[in-house]
Design a protein around this ligand. Structure first.
Ligand SMILES: [Fe+2]
Ligand SMILES: [Zn+2]
Length: 376
């Protein structure tokens, strides 16, 4: 329980606030756009931790048909065990429905009550950034910039369009972890990044988005991404979601293979001291399983890995210490409005109470969207 008393807002007030915040948070999102998610958020990519399996659930019949055999093979064999799995799914769907409202409450409470240890970190400064990163950004903005020249500033991981480069100076990484640990120690409420990461911090709730991660994406990462991934919306990234994940022997050790709800992902290792826990990449989701080739990337403190969100990847277990990584999922509405990266179909837009998942809607389309405020 927190000792901070926040007057609860009614749902319709949240809907209103939500619109205002969304406009302020997104990098260059169209003014007045409410946040949207795809309807698949409430049915698809539900992670069953005990079976290391992502599932889709629309009704019990569909679920039994699609996953009955694989679950049976993995030990879910009695009606009681299946009931437990169904309850897990139901709980997760309910959590997702309340996510936006809960996050808004936490953000309000944190902004009123949290005392940062290093308040100067909340506004991005060039002094936080590595010289190599600044040089890469400078090149990306030069008139003669092209892909070939850009790649000279980065370390290419095989031929898979995965790139590693220094982003933050080590001193900044140490201070950022100190800040995050200070927040962890507080009694304030904490949201968790997703169902696969049980430990970590949502940077939008802590107040890093407007003045830190939005600037990092817009001014620094986007020019690089526009050269590396023009076919994945690299040049028209217009919103993002930022969070920090934490791995330790007592908490999460590793991360199962998955793809991100992002067109482009930046993953920066912040520290601390750890052994193993490499990032691994398989292939793009459309490549058949038996043709996928694997690559591993060693985490280096301060260095970031850029990759396409649809590139299947995961994290191997650490064997000692503690690892913290900053993850930024960058979205391009022009791209995802046509194809939702999570269901791989044209998105069915639902107005949400949260920050949304980077979709936008034209005025004509709005008549066909569902307003989640009306569902509660
Ligand atoms: Fe990921
Ligand atoms: Zn979808």
């Amino acid at each position: 329980m927190s000792n901070c008393d926040v007057t609860p807002l009614k749902v319709h007030q949240y809907c209103h606030l939500n619109r205002l915040f969304a406009c302020a948070l997104d990098m260059t999102m169209a003014v007045g756009q409410p946040p949207y998610t795809c309807a698949c958020f409430y049915t698809d990519n539900i992670f069953l931790e005990n079976f290391h399996l992502h599932v889709r659930y629309t009704d019990e019949q569909q679920f039994r048909r699609d996953y009955g055999k694989v679950l049976h093979r993995q030990g879910c064999q009695t009606p009681g065990q299946l009931r437990q799995v169904l309850e897990t799914i139901e709980k997760e769907v309910q959590r997702r429905k309340k996510l936006g409202e809960e996050s808004r409450k936490r953000r309000t409470e944190i902004s009123l009550c949290y005392k940062p240890r290093h308040p100067e970190l909340y506004v991005l400064q060039e002094s936080f950034l590595a010289g190599e990163f600044l040089a890469a950004v400078k090149y990306s903005k030069s008139p003669q910039a092209n892909l070939e020249g850009m790649v000279q500033h980065l370390h290419s991981i095989t031929d898979k369009r995965i790139y590693q480069l220094p982003v933050f100076l080590p001193g900044f990484c140490t201070k950022l972890i100190e800040e995050l640990e200070n927040f962890e120690k507080s009694e304030l409420p904490k949201g968790r990044p997703n169902t696969m990461n049980n430990y970590g911090i949502l940077l939008n709730e802590l107040g890093f988005v407007d003045t830190f991660t939005a600037a990092l994406c817009e001014k620094y990462v986007k020019p690089i991404a526009s050269l590396l991934y023009p076919d994945w919306g690299g040049g028209c990234l217009d919103s993002h979601r930022a969070f920090v994940v934490k791995y330790s022997l007592q908490e999460d050790l590793d991360l199962s293979g998955h793809y991100d709800n992002a067109e482009i992902t930046l993953n920066v290792c912040l520290g601390k001291v750890f052994a193993d826990g490499n990032l691994y990449f398989s292939d793009m989701r459309e490549v058949p399983v038996n043709e996928r080739k694997y690559a591993e990337v060693k985490h280096i403190i301060g260095q970031g890995v850029l990759h396409r969100g649809q590139h299947i990847h995961g994290a191997l277990p650490i064997t000692s210490g503690e690892r913290w990584n900053l993850i930024i999922w960058m979205r391009a509405s022009q791209y995802r409005n046509k194809l939702c990266p999570m269901c791989n179909k044209e998105p069915l837009l639902i107005e949400t109470l949260g920050d949304g998942d980077g979709f936008t809607s034209t005025r004509e389309d709005k008549a066909e969207t569902v307003n989640i405020c009306s569902l509660i």
